[in-house]
Ligand binder design. Structure first.
Ligand code: FAD
Length: 467
């Protein structure tokens, strides 16, 4: 799949299909970049994707560990990820096979359990809350009243505030917050409720818990995160007419808007000293905000954009992987913990039979002190696994993967850049962008693909390709 830019460029110039097609470059082959590249290709652009890593997927990518193809971090998807599922279908990945669908089940080892039955909306949620284990009747009614109040306001807040402040405003009992709302907020926004945006949390609740019954289903990937969408999207792109190309291990180093075109400077990783350039009609930077800042030209007209990008703060996600004997099975495929270092524990064997014995423990937004001594942290996590499964043998292998900038901190009134920039030929996309006519999501795969599509739609609307 890895192609040399010089050879491809020659082929592109000679191809009869491509003579009139406008050319777009997408920098970054994560979920947003590949969704954007597909839409531009469908709209008549000849697309070149540059990806500095040797794999597609970005922050949601495959990783080889302990003889298994696993992921850089466990990703939980929900039925509300509609656009992702449509795109998967387009590139030939059947969602019903690649994703294991299970009705919402939030089960905590400490006793709380909420299960949404297969009933139509809104009965599934009302029933789930009314029958939740580990809550008193007054806590159950408080949760239902909270959801009803949000529903009445159509999940729109007059002013954004923190999730904790919203929960206080709605008199949510402390133990309900601890068992349900705070773990949900942390899982969905990767931002602790003390600093998380209540408006974005409401949007997530609207689309998932308060959406159609299927929207709150859990979707567990059965294939690795590169193969779930970005790698098949790359193959799809390469099969389309117009001579599209995807260059893995190629990093953009500088973007230079010219009068008529826009120039991308880049290099291949095996030849980092040799700087190459190519001119395009449109360039989309589809990287994480801290990488975007390095690519947006250092010109005074982009100063406000630089300020917005530099304002982003980031939070880590740590995933501890343990490889046990393949007859090890935990009591649940997914189990939450309250007040422990472990937040969610996943038994991979219950999702993908060939990964029996592989267990992951997810730590969203862990604090730096937790990560300071990684051996001690792994020992703590193993002890916590033994609290739920006392007969657990020693693992054959274990590995802690820490993504330091896993997501942006999703705080109230966060200023996000739009997809258009001060130069009509330079665009942005990614999970942190807010294109016109889109809603602000947390850093998620669905947010990334929706922004990728919206940026492409804006380009196609403003700069239509000749038919
Ligand atoms: C551990 C972890 C767990 C997560 N859990 C979940 C979850 O449960 N559910 C969920 O929905 N989301 C989750 N997320 C968030 C989700 O992965 C991201 O929101 C999403 O993948 C972002 O996609 P993106 O395309 O916007 O950016 P990225 O994935 O960051 O893609 C940007 C791409 O640009 C490339 N790039 C950077 N600089 C250059 C350059 N100069 N030249 C060329 N290429 C470049 C990068 O290599 C990368 O491939 C998680 C993230 C992590 C890290």
């Amino acid at each position: 799949m890895i192609q040399q830019m010089s050879a491809t460029t020659k082929a592109m110039q000679n191809s009869p299909h491509t003579r009139n097609a406008p050319r777009a470059c997408v920098v970054g082959a994560g979920y947003a970049g590949m969704a954007c590249a597909m839409s531009l290709a469908k709209g008549g652009y000849q697309v070149t994707v540059l990806e500095r890593s040797r794999l597609t997927g970005g922050r949601a990518r495959a990783l080889e560990l302990g003889g298994h193809t696993l992921d850089n971090g466990e990703h939980l998807l929900v039925g509300a990820y509609i656009e992702l599922q449509k795109l998967m279908q387009t590139v030939g990945v059947a969602p019903e096979q690649a994703l294991l669908r299970k009705p919402l089940q939030l089960v905590m080892a400490e006793g709380f359990a909420l299960r949404a039955p297969r009933l139509p909306r809104p009965l599934h949620l009302a029933w789930g809350l009314l029958t939740a284990h580990g809550l008193t009747w007054s806590q159950r009614f408080a949760a239902i009243k909270f959801m009803q109040a949000l529903e009445r306001s159509q999940f729109q807040l007059a002013n954004d505030l923190t999730v904790d402040a919203l929960l206080t405003q709605h008199a949510q009992p402390e133990s309900l917050c601890e068992s349900l709302w705070r773990p949900l907020c942390l899982a969905a926004l990767n931002t602790p409720s003390q600093i998380a945006s209540a408006q974005v949390f409401c949007t997530v609740l609207q689309d998932s818990l308060a959406g159609p019954r299927e929207a709150s289903d859990f979707l567990f990937p059965r294939v690795d995160l590169s193969e779930l969408f970005p790698a098949p999207a790359m193959r799809w792109l390469l099969q389309q007419p117009l001579g599209h190309s995807v260059h893995l291990s190629h990093a953009a180093t500088r973007i230079e808007p010219l009068a008529q075109t826009i120039r991308v400077h880049f290099h291949a990783s095996e030849n980092a000293d040799q700087s190459l350039t190519q001119d395009f009609d449109q360039v989309v930077i589809a990287t994480a905000p801290h990488h975007t800042a390095a690519l947006v030209p250092d010109e005074s007209r982009f100063a406000p954009l630089h300020a917005t990008l530099n304002n982003f703060e980031y939070l880590p996600i740590a995933t501890a992987w343990f490889g046990f004997a393949n007859d090890v099975r935990l009591p649940h495929a997914l189990l939450g913990r309250i007040g422990k270092a472990s937040q969610w524990i996943m038994d991979r064997g219950q999702i993908r039979a060939h990964q029996a014995g592989v267990v992951s423990v997810i730590l969203s937004a862990p604090n730096p002190t937790q990560l300071a001594d990684r051996d001690a942290l792994m020992a703590t996590l193993l002890n916590e696994l033994r609290e739920i499964c006392p007969s657990l043998p020693n693992p054959h292998w274990q590995k802690l993967i820490v993504e330091q900038r896993a997501t942006f901190a999703c705080t109230p009134n966060l200023q996000r850049p739009s997809s258009a920039t001060e130069d009509a030929k330079l665009w942005l996309t990614g999970d942190y962008v807010l294109a016109p006519n889109t809603r602000a999501y947390p850093a998620t795969i669905e947010g990334a693909v929706r922004q990728g599509q919206a940026t492409a739609a804006q380009i196609l609307q403003r700069v239509a390709a000749p038919t």
